[in-house]
Design a protein. Structure first.
Length: 327
């Protein structure tokens, strides 16, 4: 008897069958929504290169947070724009800094939403770098102390988790130690472990006004050509006490996401960054792509590669679609 032919199409014929054998689920539970807080009241300032995203004053952020929680989104990732910048980024660790105020306000108004804070200096420094600058270069060890202060000040304000994005060596360890000393032993760290020096951050830098005033970030963020090195960065961060690791950007680095999941098997986040969002938005506005389908496909692909958590500016749009079972 002739060998029966295996026909993969049998399982693709009916939508219900496709649902039964689907390997990857994208759920609102996986999503983290990045937001930008600014000083003032009643401010909702559109970000030109990120259509649909705005910089919000704290009163508006409270509404946005309620909205996100109501849609079932588990967490916000909070960025702040300071009143003033200085060489040491002092508003980043000020008790009444924009992020500290925003955390308190959101935690006061919404109970079922995590607030994760981005721990970095670049929005707050006059030179726009993620660390202390001396003689024209970014000083690693002098920066650690400031980053630790930022993280502790966020925890004091009530942050549920801190997320260092600066890429200084040893910062996870320094932050863990400072949190523990401050009595925040239970505050987890989501480390931007494999963060690349990527041009896909362009729109974010407009949003957060954090473009370096000289040079670039290649002396601290990773070379996009390196994959093995990403595993080493992750191993270091885990060693220093990271609870969740992150790969960033997401779509051009899915191989790194996949390797990280296979090698470490720890909770893994992927940050689908501003440029990934902007590309889809721009093509959709031109009528060149079907925005909703491309969005769901991209987010699902990030999950398929191995990410447990997807940080995305599409969080609300995706939550809306997923709620209606549109897949
Ligand atoms: C701050 C930071 C950046 C992003 C997140 N945190 C910008 C950068 O490193 O230049 C980028 C996020 C995005 O593009 O969506 N260090």
């Amino acid at each position: 008897m002739a060998q029966a032919m295996f026909r993969p199409r049998r399982l693709r014929e009916k939508a219900l069958l496709r649902r039964l054998v689907r390997e990857t689920r994208l759920s609102v539970d996986d999503l983290v929504y990045p937001v930008f807080a600014v000083h003032g009241r009643g401010v909702r300032e559109p970000i030109a290169s990120m259509p649909g995203q705005v910089r919000m004053s704290i009163d508006e952020l409270q509404k946005e947070a309620k909205d996100a929680a109501g849609m079932g989104i588990p967490a916000l990732l909070l960025f702040g724009l300071p009143e003033d910048k200085d060489p040491r980024g002092s508003e980043a660790y000020a008790e009444d800094g924009i992020v500290q105020q925003a955390v308190r306000a959101v935690k006061d108004t919404v109970s079922d939403l995590l607030v994760v804070t981005d721990v970095c200096l670049c929005q707050y420094t006059s030179h726009g770098h993620c660390g202390v600058v001396e003689q024209g270069s970014v000083r690693n060890d002098a920066t650690l102390e400031l980053l630790a202060r930022v993280a502790v000040s966020h925890a004091e304000a009530g942050a549920d988790m801190v997320a260092p994005s600066d890429m200084m060596d040893g910062r996870v360890g320094a932050i863990r130690e400072a949190l523990d000393e401050g009595g925040f032993v239970d505050t987890p760290i989501m480390a931007y472990s494999a963060k690349y020096a990527s041009a896909f951050y362009g729109p974010f830098r407009e949003a957060a006004d954090s473009t370096p005033q000289f040079g670039d970030r290649r002396s601290y963020q990773m070379d996009p050509a390196n994959g093995v090195e990403a595993m080493r960065e992750i191993a270091l961060d885990l060693d220093e006490g990271a609870d969740i690791i992150m790969v960033k950007p997401a779509l051009p680095y899915l191989d790194v996401v996949s390797r990280a999941k296979a090698e470490f098997g720890v909770p893994l986040a992927a940050y689908s960054v501003s440029g990934e969002y902007a590309m889809i938005k721009a093509a959709a506005q031109l009528g060149w792509l079907d925005e909703k389908r491309v969005m769901i496909e991209a987010l699902t692909a990030i999950r398929r590669a191995g990410a447990d958590i997807v940080i995305t500016y599409f969080a609300k749009d995706a939550a809306r679609l997923l709620e209606h079972g549109e897949r």
